[in-house]
Design a protein around this ligand. Structure first.
Ligand code: 5GP
Ligand code: MN
Length: 338
């Protein structure tokens, strides 16, 4: 977005509006943190604001300020349709294709609102009037900070907004260790701490809230981990039986894929998780260096994301999905051995 567009948006926001804010399906810390951070800012400007999530998010996010006001589309369509139909402005955060919101896609495509996109994923679709897309950004939460700053409203930031935004910066940067973390990311985080974000408490709430059964599931995942040294690749599988056995709840497998990447020399790590309900295998991919899992996932697994973190899915059974995955590795052999 250029200065002129910020001026236009500022003018739009100078009178009270009905506003809907939308994260991607299966929202993560960055998606919920950015939506709720923006929510609190827009509430301060006196707008009527609703966050509508395509579906539920993990328990470890269910303390974020005002998360109890979030409308979940899959369980409350009537309420969701009502606010979407009345919306003057719809902000879509942490995704860049309406195909990333599942069954909610049709409702947004019908909406008459002006769309504002704020996102850091690669290859955005053209559905929004105002587009703030920057793939170099650590997180959408960092972008919401810059967005508010560009609207000349830094003085509106407070400890509640800071708490939401700090959460997503922390989760999307792997606690400030991924290459997308810049000096500016740290400066933004420092300011959020000055504003009152309790960084240690936030870290505890997100990462130290495991259940015993989730740790048992991690044990199962680690014992299923396979290494393919020829391709510097590691992968994990979890079948629906294994998930059931360990009382799987949304969010329990968060971060599992990173264990593969922690093995010395591994460039590509993948986890395949069977989702019996949806009849798909959900795939998470991570990489080191310039090996693009965004490209791999777009090409073969109907997904996308960033260079070093992407997701996708497969309609094949778990075993066939693994077979397909192994069969495509030779075409990436050089890239995986650079
Ligand atoms: P995760 O593996 O943690 O679910 O997702 C990693 C990254 O890829 C996130 O930025 C997420 O938004 C994106 N992502 C996950 N699943 C999909 C998918 O099915 N399609 C696309 N385009 N992006 C995805
Ligand atoms: Mn993100």
């Amino acid at each position: 977005m250029n200065t002129n567009e910020y001026t236009q948006l500022k003018a739009l926001l100078s009178a009270q509006k009905n506003i809907v804010i939308v994260p991607h399906i299966n929202p993560d810390g960055d998606a919920m943190g950015s939506c709720l951070g923006l929510y609190h800012y827009l509430i301060k400007l006196n707008h009527n604001v609703s966050v509508v999530a395509p579906n539920d998010y993990p328990e470890f996010l269910k303390w974020l300020p005002a998360e109890d006001t979030v409308i979940k589309y899959d369980s409350d369509q009537e309420k969701a349709h009502a606010v979407i139909e009345k919306a003057h402005l719809i902000f879509t955060l942490d995704f860049n294709s309406l195909s990333r919101i599942g069954a909610m896609q049709a409702a947004l495509e019908k909406a008459e609102a002006t769309f504002v996109l704020i996102d850091h994923h690669q290859q955005p679709d053209a559905y929004a009037t105002f587009v703030y897309s920057d793939v170099s950004m650590s997180s959408t939460c960092e972008m919401v900070y810059h967005f508010i700053s560009n609207l000349k409203d830094v003085d509106k930031l407070d400890n509640v907004i800071a708490t939401c935004l700090y959460t997503g910066i922390m989760t999307d940067t792997g606690s400030f260790r991924f290459p997308s973390t810049t000096a500016t990311t740290h400066r933004v985080a420092a300011h959020l701490i000055e504003l009152g974000a309790q960084h240690s408490e936030i870290h505890n709430k997100i990462y130290d809230s495991n259940s015993w059964s989730a740790l048992q599931l991690l044990g199962c995942a680690l014992s299923n981990l396979k290494v393919l040294p020829e391709y510097n690749t590691a992968y994990i599988t979890l079948s629906s039986e294994e998930l059931d056995k360990h009382n799987f709840k949304k969010g329990d497998t968060e971060g599992f894929v990173n264990y593969g990447l922690s093995i010395k020399g591994i460039v590509l790590a993948v986890i395949f998780i069977e989702n019996k309900q949806e009849g798909i295998i959900k795939i998470s991919l991570r990489s080191k260096g310039d090996f693009s899992v965004n490209e791999l996932s777009r090409q073969h697994f109907n997904g996308g994301g960033h260079t070093n973190a992407a997701g996708g899915k497969s309609d094949l059974p778990l075993n066939d999905t693994i077979e397909k995955f192994i069969s495509i590795l030779p075409s990436y052999k050089n890239a995986l051995n650079r």
